[in-house]
Write a protein of this length. Structure first.
Lengths: 416, 405
């Protein structure tokens, strides 16, 4: 048996837990009811509460974020190529593939980092849907992308996991015609341990989502195959309710930590990513971007220096790495190796020849180029900000990140 | 009052004011759970100690006598992940029984495979090995055996068939938890086995699942797959999903492990109470657990209904439901005759499965059902047999009314 590995001292992610007394009260009540799973009262209450909380009519709680994306894909009936931003979340990318669609990475717009709507307008592929990944500082679907979805007559599938509690001009961002899911993994601001909710304004779609997430659900109209046990249990629902109760306090704490980072990194050739004036961010992630030369080498040095003292940091995945996250070894090498030769993408000249319709891992369309996304991913670094992070930790993190700007200094740090 | 009218189905007052379920629904020692949660609140894995999920995996590997255990968010996700990794023909067929959980044919399809339903052994209710052999084709991707509560699959014969054909064998071992077969732990057979931590199962983790295996390379692949296919360096290496078990769920399951033997002993007492309570009742018999010295969990009590009882199995279930129990037809109708079969697949003929699926009741059991409850349930079944002619007439009257509507 391989030896289990202990975790880092300071982790990425939020990892908030409710007050201990609240936790005990909730779980004692749960034990008295002995209703642990299968659409229990806390899950029913969550479905009733969460939709209005984020400005949607319907909410469907599920097991986790991959199942949220996959169940939404099945319920929407997406079977063809789906355009996603080249800075996509892995959950959306893989959830689409599990749901039977073929994600195609598209380069992003420099301003909002959603799919570049201008490029998309000239793309002849018959996309079945457009994917969107919201961030704490960009919590709304870009207008241009909404227009492009409307022009094509296709739905928007949105990963809103990092944007819960964010406001635009004081209000939750409008859902519109989109289907959105929010993950409650512990790295997010509302921590259910696990879990996710899918929200929509379409009651018929909500019925298909409920039908697909359980083998037991009955429906006179919905027929979504295959189905899965994707139900949320009562324990995560208990934690999520407390997380929603405490959301404002958590955002305030995150903001204080964010300001500390901004203060300590001011004047350095680094940009701390921040929201625009009309956005109230939840600050659930802290990202910095190197403005100077050789950003990838700096990021790698910083990750190593922080890791050496038990502090977690990570570079975002590049588009090329994301194509690897779609590669199924059982089906042979991914044709995404064609990254070296974009002219091999048949779909660029004839969408009907797109292999992605047969097998997403053999998607010749995933060959790029993605110059904007690639550049952003290479110069960016995520640093710890969450429940277990103190202002002292931030001082230590910033010193090491700044030290990594000087390769000789960083080398000495790692060796000591 | 006439005996028939004492039954809730025919106008009497239900025997139970609170539902008597069919699941285990155990709650382990709360202080042990709290201790685990204090660890989580203290920082858990981030404080440099092992996380609760890792501890659970170690304890379950030891319990099943295997090299590795990999925990998942639920048993369905675990089985999908395992199928994704071991199936040898992309898009091929996975052989599985139809006398089983309705979800299995769906799970096979999530990995792009097709279910191929196969008949079962008449007394053991597990895959008939000769029938499996007859189902194997060049496009067979895997064999999915399902251990039944009263019998482990014929693992030696299936292993031999796997060696002969190159088709991997995996097991849905959800109802084989804690059992042994010829002295070996269930969990150690085939390429790997899948268990559930759902609240209704023997080990309650609220919800959850796990895979056991002696194949360390497969275990590493299972760990990578459940973490989006990321490698040890945190970068993408392959296709995957988000499928891990929550630390809270792991902490709850961990608290229950020391209590498993006692829970099995209580299950045995319930099973014996049913046997005593139904002894001598014509046409009704408890499906026996073999007395062969193997360790068993006695998770279910199954009752066989024959024509001699005087009523159909489904009518008996209806009477028990009306009394406030969750008794249900055991795997009836079988999966291949329901809309859980793929839309474009004709229903195969599986005579043994179809016979079994007409006769067995899954009785109320678990920590919500006392021995006195079982006495009450047995009394209902005795009364029902005594008034069987009137009951039949009552059911027929309802059928006539439904037809006229």
């Amino acid at each position: 048996m391989s030896a289990p590995q202990p975790g880092p001292r300071v982790r990425l992610g939020q990892h908030y837990l409710p007050a201990w007394d609240s936790f005990l009260a909730d779980f004692d009540a749960l034990f008295e009811r002995r209703f642990f799973a299968n659409n229990g009262p806390l899950v029913v209450r969550l479905d009733a509460r969460f939709g209005p909380f984020v400005g949607a009519r319907e909410s469907v709680a599920v097991t986790n974020e991959t199942l949220a994306a996959a169940i939404a894909t099945r319920a929407l009936g997406l079977t063809g190529p789906v355009a996603v931003p080249a800075l996509c979340s892995v959950s959306l990318l893989q959830g689409l593939a599990w749901g039977g669609a073929q994600p195609v990475l598209c380069d992003v717009a420099a301003d909002d980092e959603g799919i570049d709507a201008g490029l998309l307008a000239g793309d002849p592929r018959p996309y079945a849907a457009l994917g969107v990944v919201l961030s704490p500082h960009q919590p709304r679907v870009p207008d241009a992308l909404q227009r492009e979805a409307a022009r094509r007559g296709v739905p928007l599938l949105v990963d809103g996991s990092r944007a819960l509690g964010c406001l635009v001009d004081g209000d939750p961002p409008r859902l519109g015609a989109a289907v959105r899911y929010h993950s409650f993994h512990s790295r997010h601001i509302v921590n259910g341990g696990e879990g996710a909710s899918i929200v929509t304004d379409d009651p018929e779609l909500a019925e298909r989502l409920r039908y697909c997430r359980s083998f037991h659900a009955a429906s006179a109209t919905a027929r979504v195959m295959p189905r899965i046990n994707g139900k949320m249990a009562e324990a995560p629902a208990a934690l999520i309710h407390r997380g929603l109760d405490e959301l404002e306090a958590r955002i305030a704490r995150n903001r204080a930590l964010f300001l500390r980072y901004a203060e300590l990194l001011a004047g350095a050739p680094l940009r701390v990513l921040a929201p625009s004036a009309e956005v109230r961010s939840n600050h659930e992630a802290l990202e910095v971007e190197l403005a100077g030369p050789e950003p990838a080498a700096w990021a790698e040095r910083a990750v190593r220096a922080l890791g050496a003292v038990g502090i977690e940091a990570a570079r975002p995945f590049t588009p090329r790495e994301l194509t690897v996250a779609l590669a199924r070894p059982s089906e042979g090498p991914s044709r995404c190796d064609a990254n070296v030769d974009p002219s091999r993408c048949d779909a660029n000249v004839d969408p009907s020849r797109c292999d992605a319709k047969i097998n997403p891992s053999r998607c010749d369309a995933n060959v790029g180029p993605w110059p904007v996304a690639e550049a952003r991913a290479l110069r960016r670094l995520e640093l710890p900000l969450g429940a277990g992070v103190t202002t002292e930790d931030i001082g230590e993190v910033c010193a090491l990140v700044l030290g990594a700007l000087d390769p000789h200094h960083a080398h000495a740090q790692c060796n000591t | 009052m006439p005996a028939l009218a004492q039954l809730a189905r025919f106008g009497g007052r239900p025997r139970f004011d609170r539902v008597r379920p069919i699941g285990q629904l155990s709650v382990p020692d709360r202080e042990r759970f709290r201790a685990n949660m204090r660890e989580l609140y203290a920082g858990g894995a981030s404080a440099g100690s092992l996380g609760l999920v890792q501890r659970l995996e170690r304890e379950l590997a030891a319990l099943h006598g295997v090299e590795a255990c990999v925990a998942y968010s639920n048993a369905c996700v675990a089985l999908i992940a395992l199928t994704e990794l071991v199936a040898v023909v992309p898009g091929g067929e996975v052989i599985l029984p139809a006398f089983t959980y309705m979800g299995l044919p769906h799970l096979v399809q999530w990995t792009g495979h097709r279910p191929r339903f196969c008949d079962v052994h008449p007394t053991e209710h597990t895959l008939d090995v000769d029938a499996v052999r007859a189902c194997i084709r060049p496009n067979t991707a895997a064999i999915l055996g399902v251990h039944q509560v009263n019998a482990t699959c014929r693992v030696e014969a299936l292993d031999a068939l796997s060696r002969e054909t190159g088709v991997p064998v995996i097991y849905d071992a959800v109802h084989g938890f804690y059992n042994t077969h010829r002295g070996a732990h269930v969990g150690s057979f085939g390429r790997a086995e899948v268990f559930s931590l759902h609240a209704t199962k023997m080990l309650n983790g609220f919800e959850g699942g796990y895979v056991t295996t002696n194949d360390l390379a497969l275990a590493e692949d299972l760990r990578a797959l459940r973490n989006h296919g990321l490698g040890a360096d945190g970068r993408p290496q392959r296709f995957g999903l988000h499928g891990g078990l929550s630390e809270v769920h792991a902490g709850f399951a961990l608290a229950g492990i020391p209590e498993i033997a006692a829970a099995c002993a209580r299950n045995l007492r319930r099973y014996e109470r049913y046997r005593a309570g139904l002894a001598g009742l014509p046409g009704l018999s408890v499906v026996p657990y073999p007395e062969d010295g193997e360790r068993r969990n006695y998770e279910f009590t199954l009752v066989w209904v024959d024509a001699e009882y005087g009523l159909e199995r489904d009518q008996v279930v209806e009477v028990l439901l009306a009394e406030g129990t969750r008794a249900r037809a055991y795997y009836g109708p079988p999966v291949h005759l329901t809309d859980h079969r793929p839309d474009d697949m004709p229903a195969p003929s599986l005579p043994v499965t179809e016979h079994l699926a007409r006769h067995i009741i899954q009785m109320p059991v678990g920590e919500h059902v006392s021995l006195e409850d079982i006495d009450e349930i047995c009394a209902v079944l005795r009364t029902l047999h005594e008034v069987r002619d009137a009951a039949r007439a009552g059911f027929a009257a309802r059928s006539d009314a439904e037809v006229s509507r």
